[in-house]
Design a protein around this ligand. Structure first.
Ligand code: PXP
Length: 252
């Protein structure tokens, strides 16, 4: 068992941009959200620049690089376009993810075995530019071995299947997925990789996975942005009532 160390939180702000883009304007601003997350204790900011730019856009990445005070972890597909953008932008880290246009979110891990040449070249090109490279993989031993052979410094274990099984009450499947994550984290560490995890995490699952000492970073997005409504909608409604009352000249 590895020594427990500090567990970093990377806050993924993609879905603040999703909300902004739903109206086509500038509000809410993912860069403002990054500042709030940092002030609240985020150790890093994660943003996924997708081929279709459905949430984060190129100018968001440029603004994040200019303004945030913690490391940026840029998620990209292993395409020539994305590797060139990353090399020009030089974020602290890049997490290489699989990407399909039709998917709603990153549905599975990167198939490092089937895409060995492309992934290894992306790892090399990004690493040469001084970027720390992570591969987003399912907790499958063969994928972790292939990730280690690719030269990547980090693997991020895909926790989506485990979280989905728990949320769906599939206890046996959840237990099997959890066993894979536990074994995968240990194997990755043995192979000299830094181990991160993410996808679908909420308070309960983040609390559970935090017990695995091999894992040093969690990347969490959708749940935090959704949960911000519960934490913050009351405050924005109260501010709106006050603005309306002030506009009417009401004495409150
Ligand atoms: N890690 C990676 C590599 C991802 O692609 C995503 C989703 O963009 C996350 C973590 C965060 O997942 P979620 O938004 O479900 O917390």
């Amino acid at each position: 068992m590895a020594e427990p160390s500090y567990l970093r939180l990377g806050v993924n702000i993609d879905h603040v941009a999703t909300l902004r883009n739903a109206r086509g304007g500038v509000h809410p601003d993912p860069v403002d959200a990054a500042a709030i997350a940092i002030a609240a204790g985020a150790d890093g900011i994660t943003a996924h620049l997708r081929e279709d730019r459905r949430h984060i856009r190129d100018e968001d990445v440029a603004r994040l690089m200019r303004s945030i005070t913690v490391p940026l972890n840029l998620e990209i597909a292993a395409t020539a376009e994305m590797v060139a953008i990353a090399r020009a932008t030089r974020p602290h880290a890049c997490c290489v993810v699989p990407e399909r246009r039709q998917e709603r979110t990153t549905e599975g891990g990167l198939d490092v075995i089937a895409n060995r040449a492309v992934v290894t070249a992306a790892v090399r090109d990004l690493t040469q530019a001084g970027i720390r490279v992570s591969l987003f993989v399912a907790a499958a031993p063969a994928q972790i071995e292939a990730a280690a052979e690719s030269g990547a410094a980090v693997v991020e274990l895909h926790t989506g299947a485990w979280c989905d099984a728990l949320a769906g009450g599939q206890r046996e499947r959840a237990a099997a997925e959890w066993s894979l994550i536990v074994a995968g984290a240990a194997l990755a560490r043995q192979r000299g990789l830094e181990v991160h995890a993410g996808h679908g995490l909420d308070y309960r699952t983040a609390g559970a996975i935090a017990a695995l000492a091999e894992i040093v970073e969690l990347n969490i997005g959708h749940f935090l942005v959704g949960e911000a409504l519960a934490e913050g909608l009351g405050g924005s409604v109260r501010k709106m009532r006050a603005a309306m009352a002030a506009g009417r000249g009401e004495v409150r």
